[in-house]
Design a protein around this ligand. Structure first.
Ligand SMILES: Nc1nc2c(c(=O)[nH]1)N[C@H]1C(S)=C(S)[C@@H](COP(=O)(O)O)O[C@H]1N2
Ligand SMILES: [Mo]
Length: 160
C-alpha cells in the first residue's frame, strides 16, 4: 500500500509580505491572511491589454481605502482639503509601479472601488502576494500583481 505524499507545510509555502510605509501613523507589514481581516468584496473585472487583448477575472479582497485608512495617514481627517496632496505608490515584486491619488479612492471624492485582491479566479494569492484591482480602469496596466510595497506620500504639500 502506497502512502500519500506529505502535504506542503506552512514553512514550505511562505506568505508574501507587503510593506505599508510613508506618511502613516501606523506603518505595517501585511500578508494575504492579514488582509482577510478587513471586510472582503468581490468583483468581476474585464480589462484590455495592449498585448494580449481583453482579460476577464474574478477578484476578492478588502478595499485599498479601508486598509490605508487604518494605517492612519498623516492628514487631519476632518479637513477634506488636507487629503488632496497625498499620493499612493504601489510596487510589484518585478518593479512594475503605479501611482494613485488619495482623492481617487476617498469616499468624499472619486470613491473608486479599488481592491487589494487576496484571490483571483478563486485561487488564493498568499504566495504571489496581493493584486491591485481597479474596476474603473479600461486598461489592465494598473492591476499590479505581486504587490510588495505601498507607500503613502503627503510630501507634495511642502513648499519647494
Ligand atoms: N507586477 C506586475 N503586474 C502587472 C504587470 C506587470 O508587468 N507587472 N502588467 C500589467 C498589465 S499591462 C496587464 S494587462 C495585466 C495583465 O493581467 P493578466 O495577466 O492577469 O491578464 O497585469 C498588469 N499587472
Ligand atoms: Mo497590459
Amino acid at each position: 500500500m502506497s502512502q500519500s505524499p506529505p502535504r506542503p507545510s506552512v514553512a514550505q509555502a511562505p506568505c508574501a509580505e507587503l510593506s505599508l510605509t510613508g506618511d502613516l501613523g501606523r506603518p505595517a507589514r501585511l500578508t494575504v491572511p492579514d488582509l482577510m481581516g478587513w471586510p472582503l468584496h468581490r468583483v468581476r473585472v474585464a480589462f484590455a491589454c495592449a498585448t494580449s487583448g481583453v482579460q476577464h477575472h474574478r477578484f476578492s479582497g478588502p478595499r485599498l481605502y479601508d486598509v490605508l485608512a487604518d494605517a492612519r495617514p498623516g492628514f487631519d481627517p476632518a479637513r477634506r482639503k488636507d487629503r488632496l496632496r497625498f499620493l499612493i505608490g504601489v510596487t510589484g515584486t518585478d518593479g512594475h509601479r503605479a501611482l494613485l491619488t488619495w482623492a481617487e479612492i476617498d469616499p468624499d471624492f472619486a470613491d473608486a472601488p479599488v481592491l487589494l485582491a487576496v484571490s483571483v479566479d478563486g485561487a488564493p494569492l498568499d504566495r504571489a502576494g496581493p493584486q491591485l484591482v481597479l474596476p474603473q480602469d479600461r486598461c489592465g496596466a494598473r492591476h499590479i500583481s505581486g504587490i510588495r510595497a505601498i507607500r503613502v506620500d503627503g510630501g507634495y504639500g511642502r513648499r519647494p
